[in-house]
Design a protein around this ligand. Structure first.
Ligand SMILES: [Zn+2]
Length: 198
């Protein structure tokens, strides 16, 4: 029989979902609220949908203090939003670094467009936020044509640092086991940042 995933309700909107479809928060021993993106930290969890609207609503209505029965530190909405966004971004970049170590990343606009043109499996294309508009548009067009997911979340400096190189305006992850897991993380991040309705 398939394992049934436990469900929890969102502190923002009250909707009940599978735990993996929610953001988990735990309370540190000093009563600081800690986002637990992997859902692995010990202790009781509090949950919201993976969108900033529900997180904001939960924070504004002091739902974390209610769940953890007492004062909770670092539970202001702005702080939590920034913290969760940063953690999501770091996770995506960590996967990019891993894929790079596994030899599954190519970088540079010409190389990536060439791979798209030749029909090499290109799963995800990262285009730097500070790339020149013309080149950026060209790369995005190529990427979409070959069915790749496009990510424009990071600047050249950040992409280069992850790949252990200088500035990098374009990087692509090629067909591998990394694609699916990265796409999941990217979708969660987008859902969170857009404040999508649950
Ligand atoms: Zn919700």
């Amino acid at each position: 029989m398939p394992k049934v995933e436990p469900q929890r309700s969102c502190l923002g909107c009250g909707v009940v979902k599978d735990k993996s479809e929610l953001l988990r928060f735990v309370l540190a021993p000093d009563r600081t609220l800690v986002p637990d993106l992997k859902g692995k930290l010990p202790g009781r969890g509090a949950y919201t949908c993976i969108n900033k609207t529900c997180l904001q609503s939960a924070a504004a209505r002091k739902q974390f203090a209610r769940t953890f029965k007492g004062e909770v530190k670092d539970a202001a909405a702005d702080h939590l939003l920034l913290q969760v966004s940063t953690l999501f971004a770091e996770r995506i970049l960590a996967y990019l670094a891993l894929a790079n170590k596994a030899g599954k990343v190519i970088s540079g606009s010409d190389m990536v467009m060439d791979a798209c043109k030749k029909g090499h499996q290109v799963g995800i294309v990262f285009v730097a936020t500070d790339i020149s508009v013309d080149i950026g548009q060209k790369v995005l067009d190529y990427a979409r044509q070959c069915g790749a997911e496009c990510v424009t979340l990071f600047d050249k400096d950040r992409l280069g640092a992850v790949l252990g190189k200088g500035l990098r305006s374009v990087a692509a992850v090629q067909g591998s086991g990394f694609i699916k897991v990265m796409q999941q993380e990217i979708r969660k991040y987008r859902n969170f940042a857009d404040g999508g309705v649950c």
